[in-house]
Design a protein around this ligand. Structure first.
Ligand code: GP9
Ligand code: MN
Length: 710
């Protein structure tokens, strides 16, 4: 399948002025030095010698500073790529110097213990962030410690999580141990018994502070605001370096405990102003109430991406059932999940509330105790019985607690409600086919008992690392082609491995299985007469988080060599980071048995648009929805939790201030970018304020008090 190419628009280019400034720099420096007073000239002249003496007398301090600075630069080189940028180098250097300065408060012999502890901590910061970035294209957070089992523990094989380059930072502590050993052996520490420790501390601290001031001169108001909000993590690292980012993250991660105590007034004001200006209006269109009184089955399709619906492997469609449902129902083909680090749980949250995930930590784990307006709660107002089903442990993502909070009357889970036969275990737990089959029996009982019901079924088999079907391949992932045998001169069929045993190939297989499970489920529901008064809703919960290199190989495969085309090859067409971002879209389908809508909606849509869109059809409404009814707006816009956004015209990457136009020949102004970037920032902020400060509950309480006082 050919991938779409978009015309890239570089928004940030080096202005001409800056270019000529850089060119004139060496000359300007010479003139500057010539005009300096004599003692400054002397300082510069003696600088190399003094540095040599300093390094000789302070080898551990020097090593500590240099090794950690190199590691931070390396990390940025491997991740955000701005390794030569001055600002983060200054910030990292200031941070390291300030930390190192305190070592002079210790006696020379004890200094090592202090510095090696920090050396290990800072090395771990680089190592863990490197690992995290390889997998999630973002930087890690202390707030994830509570959910770390979910982050790395969901069946990911270690080799899929870790890359060799992640360990390149450990040279620091290793050499540091050796340095200490050899200095001790040479009696180095005995020479410094009488050193003036406080003076040295003050000098080192002063050096750190001076560099910090130089760094602060480069900082703008926007930078400070982004550091404070911390949701544009890549940007924060690119500007403030990895160490300040992580230190700031530590503070931000304590927010669930401390932040409701701070900033409430400003948050409440922003919240009031926002909804005054952009009230979440009830829509009135041809879809209003069309499903009022109908039962609803929502399928949370784990890691199902939209491109699967158009992908065939050796003539076999990967997702024929989803494709069929999409072609018969309302199919939103430019639909994006808006998840953050909480993956499945974030999508569940946004689906249910039309709010965005928390900027720090996850709502399910850190902010489960706040009040939210949700689809199940609203439907309960219309006398629906509401339930959720998932064949995993109930405490995963804290669902046991959070599903109650979201308003489900009952959460059917692995441990309590599903029969798990050994032969039905696949990947993370019960396979999707058995899950759906057992779920149908439960839904039958629910249907007999309740007039109206709403249920969400969370799938599981198509989950990273997608090895659930090992040894029982369902798709032919090889590449077959004809080749002339050089010895015999005859044409022979050659079978290459191609996608066999690749992560993307495994993904195709488990996704194909998941699709078949959905097909069987729909058939079984139909046989049981459960589709007659039912709306079927299907959403992909997020992309499969498969690395870009896998797609690059898939789309640039060279059968001659059974490997990726050389990047210099004229046929090579890189799967760019924009191709990757746009390809992350997932399907969203609304389907009923009795009415074939056969309608594809191509406008961009986000997970937060579901409540307003589906809600309008079901006759429910949330006053706090951040999304919009897709059939009631022309201004289609989706913000991602990191502040990047997409409209029908462009995708904008807020991390590096670049974007691409989605239609060849389209023109947009810088006002357009400014307008939507501001909107993105506002939506992320208001949503996070609602979550952190429990603003829905507080607003309702204050309205009640006002009502009582009237
Ligand atoms: C776990 C399942 C997967 O129960 O929902 O969660 P994810 O790893 O996708 O967040
Ligand atoms: Mn998921």
């Amino acid at each position: 399948m050919a991938k779409e190419k978009k015309n890239k628009l570089k928004i940030k280019e080096i202005p001409k002025k800056a270019k000529s400034f850089i060119k004139a720099l060496p000359n300007k420096t010479k003139v500057f030095i010539k005009n300096l007073p004599d003692n400054s000239k002397k300082f510069i002249k003696n600088f190399p010698h003094n540095t040599k003496v300093f390094v000789k007398n302070n080898p551990m301090f020097t090593f500590f500073v240099i090794s950690n600075l190199i590691n931070s630069i390396l990390l940025r080189a491997f991740t955000v790529k701005n390794y030569a940028s001055i600002s983060p180098i200054l910030a990292d250097a200031a941070f390291i110097l300030i930390i190192a300065s305190f070592s002079y408060l210790f006696k020379p012999k004890n200094r090592f213990k202090y510095l090696i502890t920090w050396e290990i901590i800072l090395t771990l910061v680089c190592l863990i962030n490197s690992m995290y970035y390889s997998n999630y294209v973002s930087f890690t957070s202390f707030s994830l410690i509570a959910t770390s089992v979910q982050i790395f523990g969901v069946g990911d094989a270690l080799e899929n999580v870790v890359e060799i380059k992640d360990f390149c930072y450990i040279w620091g502590p290793i050499i540091f141990f050796y340095l200490n050993y050899s200095l001790k052996k040479r009696g180095h520490f005995n020479n410094f018994e009488n050193e003036k420790r406080k003076t040295k501390f003050a000098q080192a601290l002063a050096a750190g502070v001076i560099i910090l001031v130089c760094f602060l001169l480069t900082v703008t108001g926007t930078d400070i605001s982004r550091l404070y909000k911390q949701w544009n993590r890549e940007y924060v690292v690119m500007k403030f370096g990895i160490y300040i980012y992580q230190a700031n993250d530590l503070v931000a991660s304590l927010k669930p405990q401390i932040s409701p105590l701070f900033g409430y007034d400003a948050a409440a004001k922003e919240f009031r102003d926002y909804y005054k200006k952009y009230p979440s209006e009830e829509s009135d269109n041809k879809y209003t109430d069309v499903f009022k009184g109908k039962n609803v089955i929502v399928i949370h399709a784990e890691s199902i991406q939209n491109f699967l619906l158009d992908t065939e492997i050796n003539g076999t469609e990967i997702a024929p059932n989803l494709k069929k449902l999409a072609s018969e129902g309302l199919y939103f083909s430019n639909f994006y999940a808006q998840e953050s680090v909480g993956t499945s749980s974030d999508s569940e949250f946004t689906f249910n509330t039309s709010l965005l995930p928390a900027s720090s930590g996850t709502v399910f784990v850190s902010y489960w105790d706040r009040e939210y307006v949700t689809i199940p709660k609203l439907l309960k107002g219309n006398n629906y019985y509401t339930f959720s089903m998932h064949a995993n442990k109930p405490n995963f993502w804290n669902r046991e607690v959070m599903h109650k909070k979201l308003g489900y009357d009952k959460f059917y889970s692995y441990t309590n409600d599903f029969e798990i036969k050994d032969e039905d275990i696949l990947g993370l737990g019960l396979n999707d086919k058995s899950f759906f089959s057992q779920a149908t029996d439960k839904i039958k009982k629910i249907n007999n008992k309740h007039d109206n019901w709403y249920g969400v079924l969370i799938m599981l088999t198509n989950h990273t690392p997608f090895t659930a079907l090992d040894g029982q391949e369902t798709l032919d992932l090889t590449y077959k082609h004809k080749k002339v045998n050089e010895e015999t001169g005859t044409e022979e069929e050659v079978v290459n491995d191609y996608l066999t045993d690749t992560i993307l190939g495994n993904y195709f297989e488990t996704a194909h299985y998941a699709d078949a499970a959905i097909g069987e489920f729909v058939d079984k529901l139909d046989k049981e007469g459960l589709l007659d008064n039912t709306v079927l809703v299907i959403y992909g919960d997020h992309d499969a988080k498969i690395k870009r290199s896998e797609y690059d190989y898939y789309y640039n495969y060279d059968p001659e060599t059974d490997s990726k085309l050389d990047e210099d090859d004229p046929k090579y067409d890189e799967f760019t980071k924009y191709d990757y971002e746009l390809n992350r879209k997932v399907p969203f389908i609304i389907w009923t048995k009795d009415h074939k809508y056969q309608k594809e909606i191509k406008d961009v849509m986000g997970m937060y648009d579901i409540l307003p869109t589906l809600g309008n059809m079901l006759g429910i409404h949330s006053d706090y929805a951040l999304g919009h009814d897709m059939f009631n707006t022309d201004d289609h816009f989706v913000v991602f939790p990191n502040g990047s956004w997409i409209t029908n015209k462009m995708y904008y990457d807020n991390q590096n201030g670049e974007g691409i136009l989605l239609k060849e020949g389209d023109i947009i102004s810088s006002d357009y970018i400014e307008k939507y970037t501001a909107r993105a920032e506002q939506e992320v902020t208001v949503s996070n304020d609602i979550i952190v400060h429990d603003l829905i509950k507080k607003t309702r309480e204050s309205e009640e008090i006002k009502g009582e006082n009237k």
